[in-house]
Design a protein around this ligand. Sequence first.
Ligand SMILES: [Mn+2]
Length: 241
Amino acid sequence: MKTKLIHEVRAVKSKKELANIIKAQRISEKVLRYIVAKLRTGVSEIEIANLIKKSFVKYGAPILSFLPIVAFGKNTANIHHKPGSAKLKKDDIIMLDFGCTVNHYCSDMTRTYFLGKPSKKQKKIYENVLRAMDLAMNKIKRGERRAKMIDKTARNFLNKKFNAKKFPHGLGHGIGTVIHEWPNFKPKSEDVLPIGCVMTIEPGLYFKGFGGVRIEDMILITKKGYKNLTNFPKDLNSAIL
Ligand SMILES: [Mn+2]
């Protein structure tokens, strides 16, 4: 019998571990609901980031998975934007990426919003990112467990519609007591997803000087396919504020 390496053992979550991840995710969803209601013109990225941190404290999960990403307008083209003094303007794209920990287990979620009716280009970007996500998830549903093939499904679709450089990161990652753990969705990944691991699916498109869209859910890999652990709308209509 092949000895399992520690990262392979760690990837498969017990019921208890899973319950912690889900609890962390539910708290994040509460925070996101509250934050979305606070998105008005004139508010700054830093103010929203601070509000996110405060809300997690209020909901009993003060330890975050990572520092919240809050980006407005052109800043959404920056994958790991550090919240700054930029103020929210009408027609801006808004990117929110955050998560918290419960008993050391992390959650991770990204949503992108439009303050006002999106332009044709904004809409096209959003719809294609969402479609790429769907395609990847359907691939998993149909039994694909090779990380690189799942990444490829989303990547090939986006590369056909846009320049290949516009999706410059992996499709997602394992998540547990650390925010990024094995396995990884990347073009050159040799990882095979074990049943019981929790993965993020987070395609994105980024246009320097214009903005970007990333949408991220967490899924549990199951015998039959997957279970989406994220319970927060992501259809285009829900993304228009
Ligand atoms: Mn992530």
